[in-house]
Design a binder for this molecule. Structure first.
Ligand code: FAD
Length: 512
């Protein structure tokens, strides 16, 4: 409250009430600025919401609270009291042909589950790949086959990846695999399996537990919205930002629409977590054609959850989620919400969340909820995980734009948009996941918002360079919460700055 309020921070309009938008609002309200959050939906939290239906609670995916960034960690605990956090043991395995495989893969467990004959075939296929490695290792498939052999690749790498990204693994570049499956080969997996203590202390400590709000991630953002409003900020629900009006090289106001009525809010600055492509389309007067084309050339993957209520005893496994590699079903992952938090489910019952990565408007997206629920129940039966008759109720949640899509042009497109904003509306600050077209977690979204607020108060962070991951965090050493306040690195293009989290550069989508 002691900072003077510079002109930029005097009347801030924030687009989006997800983690980025609400973090910005909270930080601004703490500093005494006037902040108004526009949230198009009727719940806060964005992709990190917790959906509530008939008293059941479930996430869009499951949201682990894990960060290396000390200010983010402090924020979480400032907003929610410690008693609202659970420290959950992490367990997630691959379910394949009726057996559970440890994840990350352990050679001893994988080979014994496969059975002697298939294990020998896998070893022979591995040996063959060592003798005759694929000539082309530029792509995900060839890179992995060279390290694991065809059979293990087909069992454990190919199908899940293809379900998530919707493309043949043979068309995905290997650099992404190299980041995800760093330093892993069958040989090292066998050594690690035989010598489990060797070099693994830091790995297991990170993998084995994570924080989780007792009522799901939505609890964090509902509470954050309450606290922010108590400090004087406004959070306008069901209110969509439709136009960002700019003149003389800066944004001057935001036009918002609620129930068909339009309101104009004067803005000293606009912090935008709406998808950056939508932001471009909202500028009034419109952006030049080439900037508009860059926005139109950004794509997303969409996400669908089928949440099925089942008796608690029908789910004997305690994994938080399981990966489904089986190609006979469409689901790619199944969340076990009762295992995230017992407070998410009702006494004697559990909720399984079958996840599908889809395209908005495709046959899954447009299917009737009842059909998706029936198919989900059948898929559980086909997998041998649960008798479909045990499903007591089902709900469908559709989340558009869950994953920003990376193709060969995305970084250049984002750079073009950034460059236009920098000249024509430099007081518009894109933040967050879709806001910056970055495939990243809550902590990245929040940290970009925190640094943006500091910039409004005179700091000079290059928010586009924030990389909260540095390395794939599950194999990095445990963070020292006192040591890490990741300072953004030097300014650079979207590509040069890195994305933080690994995602494949995918083939171009057909033009819309
Ligand atoms: C399957 C899945 C699993 C995940 N798991 C994890 C995890 O384990 N841990 C983790 O930390 N993160 C996880 N994430 C990532 C996390 O969900 C996102 O990083 C985070 O929600 C991004 O926050 P945001 O505020 O940038 O954007 P969003 O969450 O997308 O919020 C943006 C908000 O803006 C609103 N909006 C959009 N346009 C407008 C407009 N024109 N006017 C007004 N409002 C608008 C939207 O309604 C939304 O509420 C996961 C994501 C997915 C898809």
């Amino acid at each position: 409250m002691t900072d003077p309020r510079p002109e930029l921070a005097s009347e801030v309009v924030i687009v989006g009430g997800g983690p980025a938008g609400l973090t910005a609002a909270y930080e601004l309200a703490k500093r005494g600025s006037t902040a108004t959050v526009l949230e198009a939906d009727d719940v806060v939290g964005g992709i990190s919401r917790t959906v509530e239906r008939d008293g059941w609670r479930f996430d869009i995916g499951g949201h682990r609270f894990f960060t290396k960034v000390a200010p983010v960690e402090s924020f979480w605990h400032e907003v929610l009291p410690d008693e609202d956090f659970l420290l959950r043991p992490r367990k997630s395995r691959i379910y394949y042909k009726g057996k559970f495989y440890d994840y990350p893969l352990k050679a001893s467990n994988a080979l014994s589950n496969l059975g002697v004959v298939e294990a020998l075939r896998c070893v022979a296929s591995y040996a063959w790949a060592r003798v005759r490695p694929p000539a082309d290792q530029q792509m995900y498939e060839g890179w992995l086959v060279a390290r694991f052999g065809w059979r293990l690749y087909n069992h454990f790498f190919k199908t899940y990846t293809e379900k998530v990204w919707g493309h043949p693994a043979s068309e995905m570049p290997a650099d992404w695999a190299a980041q995800r499956v760093k330093n892993l080969s069958l040989a090292s997996a066998v050594v690690n399996a035989l010598l489990p203590k060797r070099n693994q202390k830091d790995i297991t400590s990170l993998i084995e537990e994570f924080q989780y709000p007792r009522l799901g991630p939505g609890m964090m953002w509902e509470r954050c919205a309450e606290l922010t409003q108590a400090m004087g900020a406004k959070v306008l629900m069901g209110t969509k930002a439709t136009r960002i009006v700019h003149a003389d090289g800066r944004a001057v106001s935001v036009v918002a629409s609620c129930d068909g009525a339009e309101t104009t809010l004067e803005a000293s600055a606009v912090i935008s977590s709406m998808p950056i492509a939508s932001l471009v389309r909202a500028f009034d007067p419109p952006v030049p054609d080439e900037v508009r084309r860059a926005a139109d050339d950004l794509y997303y993957r969409d996400f669908l959850t089928v949440a099925l209520v089942v008796p608690a005893e029908a789910v004997p496994w305690d994994d938080n989620w399981i990966y489904i590699h089986d190609t006979s079903v469409k689901t790619m992952r199944i969340q076990n919400f009762g295992s995230w938090s017992p407070f998410m489910v009702k006494e004697g019952r559990n909720v399984l969340g079958l996840e599908y990565t889809v395209e908005e408007g495709d046959e899954d997206w447009t299917a009737a909820d009842a059909d998706l629920v029936a198919r989900g129940a059948q898929e559980l039966g086909r997998l041998g995980l649960l008798d479909p008759d045990k499903v007591e109720a089902g709900y469908v949640v559709r989340m558009p734009k869950a994953y920003p899509y990376y193709d060969l042009d995305y970084a250049a497109n984002v750079d073009k948009i950034r460059a236009w904003i920098a000249v024509n509306a430099p007081n518009v600050y894109p933040v967050g996941r879709n806001g910056m077209h970055r495939y990243n977690n809550q902590d990245h979204s929040m940290y970009t918002a925190m640094l943006t607020v500091e910039n409004l108060f005179g700091a000079n962070h290059d928010v586009w360079s924030v990389n909260v991951e540095e390395e794939y965090h599950e194999i990095n050493s445990r963070p020292d919460p006192r040591a890490k306040d990741l300072t953004p690195v030097a300014a650079g293009s979207s590509v040069a700055a890195g994305t933080g989290r690994a995602a494949p550069i995918l083939p171009k989508r057909p033009a819309r």
